[in-house]
Design a protein around this ligand. Structure first.
Ligand code: NDP
Ligand code: MG
Length: 380
């Protein structure tokens, strides 16, 4: 029996993780954490029987306690609650499917408690990769990527020597606005941006795919996970999302991982690594597929991507600024307070105004996040 805890169980990755648990008798959920969706959380508790549950807000936690008083269950709240779930002694692996930098502290706590991490929460690596990766080595725990591209790269690297990587070919779908020019992007609406051509994901990451910021965040995630320089990560647009990413080695060989766009595969691979298990669902049919096409990324009309390379080059606290500014800008866009093209503009302004802190500590990362939020609040 493999025992797992999940941060963000009510979200897109969290619910798909639970679907995998549902179909595999040898997986057991020992703890869950979510933000505010206690209706879904209650359903999950009654189906999966965790002994510990964290809800972010105290009031919601109190309400859930009343609703589940017939169960033998501990309910906790706030950051202390997330940390308690992260270090729960029963769990051997923590799935970090929470969204945002709030994932940093629980991830660190779980590693120190000896848990392997199935990492979906890319913000943790983007902003604190310089802390997380050495800590994983020190604590002798594994960081197993859940993001589909990173899972693909991880799969391509099995049995290979990382020293012999020439470059990483990080694939991108190009999002719903691929091929459009700036003038055409000015008026796009929230509904248009939420229509991803291939993947069904949470709202924030779907907007990030439309701006290509998601690929920028993934480039930074990849640099930490696989120890490569940003210049050795090439973004390759492959509109159908069939090739999930590739690795080129020093001898020129390129190894790729292909599959239908279904997050359950990378999630399941992380849960059972290094085992592979049967996974029901659609399979690739090359006769139907017919062709796979490639394009260069358009950094001119989608400056969110080139700003990510600037953030990675500036290093230190600059990726935190990139991430935090984007997070707030996306929220403003979803609230219809700003236009689509203002998202990268806000990121750029915040990056330009920032004085970089080299190798920031967790406290510094979180205060930079706060500063960026305040700056955006005062200006937009
Ligand atoms: P969702 O928005 O669908 O889900 C986010 C989850 O985090 C929800 O369960 C939410 O709870 C919970 N949450 C938010 N704030 C808090 C908080 N303060 N305390 C506790 N729980 C909280 O996001 P996704 O599943 O799409 O993404 C999760 C992470 O995975 C992100 O970092 C994303 O970039 C990454 N990722 C996602 C992919 C996808 O296909 N969706 C693909 C690759 C990476 P509630 O709903 O109850 O408020
Ligand atoms: Mg991805």
């Amino acid at each position: 029996m493999k025992k797992i805890a999940i941060l963000g169980s009510t979200g897109s990755i969290g619910t798909q993780t639970l679907q995998i648990v549902r179909t595999n008798q040898d997986l057991e959920v020992t703890a869950l954490a979510a933000g505010s969706n206690i209706d879904l959380l209650e359903t999950q508790i009654r189906e999966f029987h965790p002994s510990l549950v964290a809800v972010w807000g105290e009031e919601k936690a109190a309400e859930l306690k009343i609703r589940t008083k017939d169960l033998d269950l501990k309910i906790v709240s706030g950051m202390d609650g997330l940390l308690e779930v992260a270090v729960q002694p029963e769990a051997e692996l923590l799935v970090t499917a929470i969204v945002g930098m709030i994932g940093i502290r629980p991830t660190i706590a779980a590693m120190k408690a000896g848990k392997d991490i199935a990492l979906a929460n890319k913000e943790t690596l983007v902003t604190a990769g310089h802390i997380i990766m050495p800590l994983a080595r020190e604590c002798q725990v594994q960081i197993l990527p859940v993001d589909s591209e990173h899972s693909a790269i991880f799969q391509c690297l099995q049995g290979e020597n990382k020293e012999q990587i020439k470059k990483i070919l990080l694939t991108a779908s190009g999002g719903p606005f691929r091929g459009r020019k700036k003038e055409e992007l000015r008026e796009v609406q929230v509904e248009d941006a939420l229509k991803h051509p291939n993947w069904s994901m949470g709202r924030k990451i779907t907007i990030d795919s439309a701006t290509m910021v998601n690929k920028g965040l993934e480039m930074m995630e990849a640099r930490w996970l696989f120890g490569v320089e940003p210049k050795d990560i090439q973004i390759v647009v492959q509109p159908k999302s069939i090739i999930h990413s590739m690795v080129e080695f020093v001898d020129g060989a390129v190894i790729a991982q292909l599959g239908t766009p279904d997050m359950k595969l990378p999630i399941q691979y992380a849960l059972y690594y290094p085992d592979r298990r049967d996974l029901p669902g659609e399979r690739l049919d090359f006769w139907k597929l017919n062709e796979i096409t490639f394009e260069k990324p358009d950094m001119e009309n989608f400056p969110g991507l080139s700003l990510a390379f600037d953030a990675a080059a500036g290093g230190g606290s600059l990726p935190t600024v990139y991430n935090a500014a984007n997070e707030r800008a996306v929220a403003l866009f979803l609230e219809r307070k700003i236009g689509f093209l203002e998202i990268p503009q806000i990121i750029r302004s915040c990056m330009e105004a920032h004085k970089v802190i080299k190798a920031p500590k967790v406290d510094e990362i979180l205060s930079v996040e706060q500063e960026v939020y305040e700056m955006i609040e005062s200006r937009w």
